[in-house]
Design a protein around this ligand. Structure first.
Ligand code: AMP
Length: 964
């Protein structure tokens, strides 16, 4: 190595150390200068900056030819330093790789090593990829130049660590080539999350970051602050989303108590709905709707209301309407009725302020709750605010008879049957059928033609009028030939028809109740014949679940009785258990579901429940139970009722479904009567029924009693409390317990103990009280009392008179006066029943026909009896029993007295609350005032207004000049 270390100067004439060589006068130079070992520190490409000076060969005289103006740069990779002191040969043969031949940009022409101006060259070269060792040596090869090496700087390039787009990128060395791009993966800074993945930057050959891909952003609860820091939202603010936005103030009615809130919690009583956004105001539930009013139209009702005072600051207010039917057991338990009625436009999510509810049952009490609901109602732990209204539906025409079946036919007749309408909405008084022959002419006075099709329609009638006609159905008479061939069979049918009790009316089409009405004719009912054209009115004697049948026309010669079934006293059986099993079906207790208590019976609780018999639909039933701890005699007495009831099968007698005797508790299961006992039912519905409806109910009771009398059964305790009412107002006789005249217990004041039994004095005929002569005629007396109870809407017979006073009064021929608004004919019927001579009293069949007459001729009910006590003309009127139909107002001195005299104390709070606190204000009341006071029942309004009028009259009488 012929170069040497020396002292030189840089451009500023500072002294520097240099390596110099200048063997320009000697040929074949090959001088090497080797650097120390350089650790490459993972760099793949290394840069070398060389500062050097070179003398211009032309400026040196006589060296042309061998003088050079360049040198070569080499590198040699290795894992460790190479030992020094090797000869030129080594260097020339070592596997150095040449980087470049380096020439000066500037050479200097004057020989001047003495410190004068010189030109310094700076050249940069790079090499790579480096991969074969930890480091390298550089070597400079001089081939005969005159030059000095002032400085060599070795470096690599890198991209520095950086935070960009909320992601951190580590320091990254450049790639092996100057054009290489090295990928650096970024990671999100604290409180930031990836927005797009992967997060990348590229480091280029010059150590610059480029091409950012993906980014991070501040997560919810943090906002970007200055460059690339995510700062927690301060208290009272929130940020609900990840991204670039800033923290916001909590919306009204909400707060955040900690930093970094993603949502502000609502204050107590305020909520955020499911679709509300975090920045939305917290809101509250609405208050109840207001001014709920109802307009009942038959079996539908329109409810209207005003919006709530407070909507909870929301715009999504809707209403839900809930329907409850409160059946009439004394406890007024209610059940939901939403599934059985129709709501228009709907029952949930109503935006409007009204709803129409239809398909309600007639004469039924309902409660409707209108709830105001908004988008946060489901968040509140409290039930929705609601306003309730009680309504009672009115009468309505029966629904369609769903179908008709042909039972049999001849060439001149066919026999049809049909089930009652699904919703009778009352007691069916009769059916009307009309028929046309197939070509459309109405059949009038002739018999049916053989081999002809007839279109038949039927409709039911209740006191509310006729229902719509069913759809036309086609039925055929047989041709004469067909008829002849079936004659043998037909003869037996005709025989059956004869038994049905049919009357021929010549040349007139007759409709006759037949087959299932066999019993009806047996008990002496006159069959109804309506013969105008092709129309016929048919009386059904049963109203629920029974199929009327009609044959028209047919032949008969009248009425014949096939023998009467007689009631058998279960106590004539040696073993009363035998009687039970003879007359009552044993029911598997697993088929019985007990639901709720209806009341207390004599032997234990009475429940409402459901009975599911094999192959039948589940249906509601009443279940009487025998309480634990009974004696064998009590059990026998309890079951005796089932033994009696089980012998009866009539639509106005409570039907026994069966008994449970083989397991405990012992049960008697009967059909369920939705409206409970008749007396309390009437008291609850005071004044609400048209008279003809009451007559229909009485007709049912009379028909049931006629049946019992036919069977020679004497009830002994016929009273409104022992009549049950179903949802169609069909009344059925119940309570066949024998115990009351077997036991001596007198705890119930209704029943007065007499020798060998207890007697319900007010309901009992004098001869039965006096010498226990209980007969159907004494039941007729009781029926008269029931009629009085019905017409007075459940008033107590003889009011608060003592039993002894009642007995005495009857003995002296006093009789109950007509209740208010009672038709004269009905009071007359009662008086007939209360004849002293029991043989002079009407029989139950007579009563049924009297009532039928009234139903057919409603005008007969128009004349109202006066409320005076009935007294035989020969006797003076005793003052103590004067007119109890209208309240005595003579001793009334306050509004409260007045209301209790009217038996209307339930309105006391409403009157007092509305400031009606003096009798003079009472005299000014109008119907509208009463409505406002919540007196909505027409009967109650009438009673109150009648009294108001009589008070006015009273004042007018007393102070004729006061008005001046
Ligand atoms: P009883 O022991 O028959 O007087 O029944 C007691 C109470 O239970 C009656 O006053 C009715 O309110 C009720 N009850 C009895 N039987 C039925 C029934 N079949 N359907 C509905 N309620 C009934």
């Amino acid at each position: 190595m012929n170069c040497s270390k020396g002292i030189g100067y840089d451009e500023n004439l500072n002294t520097i150390r240099t390596y110099q060589v200048c063997n320009v006068f000697e040929p074949s130079q090959n001088n090497w200068l080797l650097t120390t070992y350089v650790d490459r520190r993972a760099a793949q490409r290394v840069y070398v900056e060389i500062r050097f000076t070179v003398r211009d060969c032309a400026s040196i005289p006589s060296v042309l030819g061998s003088c050079k103006e360049t040198f070569n740069l080499y590198y040699l990779e290795s894992d460790h330093s190479l030992s020094e002191g090797r000869g030129v040969e080594y260097w020339t043969t070592a596997p150095f790789l040449k980087v470049d031949t380096i020439a000066a940009d500037e050479s200097f022409s004057q020989v001047d090593f003495g410190g004068r101006l010189m030109k310094v060259n700076t050249e940069v070269r790079s090499f790579g990829p480096l991969s074969r060792g930890r480091g390298f040596h550089l070597a400079f090869q001089d081939l005969g130049a005159c030059m000095s090496l002032l400085a060599v700087r070795v470096f690599y390039k890198k991209c520095p660590s950086v935070v960009q787009n909320f992601a951190f990128f580590p320091e990254t060395l450049t790639g092996a080539e100057s054009t290489s791009l090295v990928i650096a993966r970024g990671s999100c800074i604290a409180s930031a999350e990836e927005l797009d993945v992967p997060i990348k930057l590229y480091c280029n050959g010059d150590g610059e970051w480029m091409v950012p891909i993906g980014s991070c952003s501040c997560k919810a609860g943090y906002e970007p602050d200055k460059a690339n820091v995510c700062q927690a939202c301060p208290q009272g603010t929130f940020k609900s989303f990840q991204g670039a936005g800033l923290c916001q103030q909590c919306p009204p009615n909400s707060l955040s108590t900690a930093e970094a809130a993603t949502l502000c919690g609502c204050r107590n009583g305020y909520y955020r709905g499911d679709v509300d956004k975090p920045e939305d105001t917290c809101t509250s539930v609405p208050s109840a709707p207001r001014n709920l009013v109802s307009v009942v139209n038959e079996t539908s009702v329109v409810l209207e209301w005003s919006p709530p005072r407070d909507t909870g600051h929301r715009g999504d207010l809707v209403y839900n309407v809930l329907c409850r039917r409160c059946h009439s057991s004394e406890r007024r338990t209610c059940q939901s009725c939403e599934d059985s009625v129709a709501f228009s436009p709907g029952r949930r999510g109503l935006r409007g302020d009204h709803v129409e509810i239809s398909k309600l049952r007639a004469h039924t009490a309902y409660t409707f709750d209108v709830q105001a609901i908004n988008g946060v109602s489901n968040k509140s732990p409290y039930p929705a605010q609601q306003l309730s209204i009680n309504i009672t539906t009115n009468q309505a025409a029966p629904s369609l008879v769903p179908i008709m079946h042909q039972v049999s036919s001849t060439s001149r007749s066919f026999s049809l049957s049909w089930p009652p309408p699904e919703q009778p909405n009352g007691i069916i008084l009769d059916y009307e059928i009309r028929f046309y022959d197939k070509v459309g002419t109405r059949v009038c006075v002739c018999g049916l033609r053989p081999g002809t099709g007839y279109l038949v329609q039927v409709r039911a009638r209740t006191v509310a009028g006729y229902g719509a006609f069913s759809k036309e159905m086609l039925f055929h008479t047989l041709t004469d030939d067909e008829y002849k061939s079936e004659l043998g069979q037909q003869l037996s049918l005709i025989a059956g028809s004869l038994v049905c009790g049919v009357v021929i009316v010549s040349l007139v089409a007759i409709a006759i109740i037949c087959t299932r009405y066999l019993k009806e004719s047996v008990y002496g009912d006159k069959l109804q014949q309506y013969t105008t054209g092709g129309e016929a009115n048919l009386r059904p004697d049963q109203f629920s679940g029974e199929a009327p049948t009609v044959t028209f026309p047919t032949m008969s010669d009248g009425h014949s009785s096939p023998g009467v079934k007689i009631y058998i006293d279960p106590f004539t059986y040696e073993d009363p258990n035998e009687a039970v099993h003879e007359f009552a079906k044993e029911i598997d207790p697993n088929c019985v579901k007990i639901e709720e208590v209806l009341g207390a019976g004599e032997f234990g609780e009475v429940y409402k429940g459901r009975l599911k018999l094999v192959g039948k639909k589940e249906f509601p039933v009443a279940i009487k139970t025998l309480k634990a701890g009974y004696s064998e005699r009590q059990r026998r007495d309890f079951l005796s009722e089932a033994s009696i009831m089980g012998q009866f099968d009539q639509p106005n007698i409570i039907r026994l479904e069966g008994v449970v005797t083989k397991s405990r508790p012992t049960m008697i299961i009967t059909e369920f009567m939705e409206n409970g006992a008749l007396d309390s039912f009437l008291r609850r519905n005071d004044g609400t029924f048209p008279v003809i409806q009451l007559v229909g109910m009485l007709r049912g009771i009379a028909s049931g009693m006629r049946y019992l009398a036919e069977m020679s059964y004497v009830h002994r305790d016929l009273a409104a409390r022992n009549i049950l009412v179903n949802s169609n107002l069909v009344c059925k006789v119940s309570d066949f317990g024998l115990s009351r005249y077997l036991e001596e217990d007198t705890s119930d004041p209704t029943y007065t103990s007499s020798l060998g039994g207890k007697i319900p004095v007010r309901w009992t005929a004098p001869e039965a009280i006096a010498y226990r002569k209980f007969t159907s005629a004494s039941d007729v007396w009781s029926y008269g009392i029931v009629t009085w109870e019905v017409m007075s809407y459940g008033e107590r017979p003889y009011w608060d008179m003592s039993n002894q006073d009642v007995i005495n009064a009857i003995e002296q021929d006093f009789r109950l006066p007509a209740p208010m608004d009672c038709p004269l004919v009905l009071h007359q019927l009662m008086l007939d029943c209360w004849q002293k001579d029991r043989n002079a009293r009407p029989k139950f069949p007579d009563l049924v026909s009297m009532l039928d007459k009234m139903i057919r001729n409603p005008a007969s009910l128009k004349t109202v009896a006066s409320h005076e006590l009935f007294l035989p003309p020969s006797r003076p009127s005793p003052h103590a029993l004067l007119d109890r139909g209208a309240p005595d107002l003579s001793s009334v001195s306050s509004v409260e007295d007045w209301l209790s005299a009217l038996k209307m104390t339930q309105y006391r709070d409403s009157f007092v609350g509305s400031g009606i606190n003096s009798l003079s204000l009472i005299t000014q009341l109008t119907t509208e005032d009463l409505q406002r006071l919540g007196v909505s029942l027409a009967g109650h309004q009438k009673k109150i207004l009648t009294s108001v009028q009589s008070m006015r009259d009273h004042i007018d009488d007393q102070s004729p000049t006061e008005s001046l």
